[in-house]
Write a protein that binds this ligand. Structure first.
Ligand code: FES
Ligand code: FES
Length: 153
């Protein structure tokens, strides 16, 4: 079947061969490897994307169910020369170590900030509860949020 999705503001028409996840299609068919593939069971959050206004695990969404969806991946957040303030803050505070969790945390974090520009620590922890980081202990990630001005970034 053919599926039409708007990804990072661009329309894509994709032929779906079978029971593929959105994660697989993003990475293998659309050349968007920023969305990471780890557990494929909805446990780690490395594959987080924004899907019709919700932060979701793309490994749990069938690509066939994404017809008409508006999706933002990490490639759609900031640019190499103009990072999103949360990306800048993550770098400045050392919230990135091995980096494997980072795209999912960036997508989930930016989604949170869009809804709540100055989240409390508990709101941040709740929003990132599905994003596992093995390296940082989360302290640097929390500090990255704290450094943001809270004026709608
Ligand atoms: S790869 Fe999707 S939650 Fe782990
Ligand atoms: S920085 Fe390595 S898993 Fe988070």
């Amino acid at each position: 079947m053919t599926v039409t999705m708007t990804i990072n503001g661009e329309d894509h028409v994709v032929d779906i061969a079978g029971p593929e996840s959105l994660l697989t299609v993003l990475r293998n068919d659309l050349g968007l490897p920023g969305t990471k593939d780890a557990c494929e069971q909805g446990e780690c959050g490395s594959c987080t994307v924004e899907f019709d206004g919700q932060a979701v695990c793309s490994c749990l969404i069938m690509a066939a169910d994404a017809d008409g969806a508006r999706i933002t991946t990490v490639e759609g957040i900031g640019t190499e020369g103009a990072l999103h303030p949360f990306q800048e803050a993550m770098l400045a505070e050392g919230g990135v170590q091995c980096g494997f969790c980072t795209p999912g945390i960036i997508v989930a974090g930016v989604h949170l900030l869009e809804e709540n520009p100055k989240p409390s620590e508990i709101e941040i922890r709740e929003a990132l509860s599905g994003n596992i980081c093995r390296c940082t202990g989360y302290g640097a990630i929390l500090r990255a949020f704290e450094t943001l001005p809270g004026d709608g970034v």
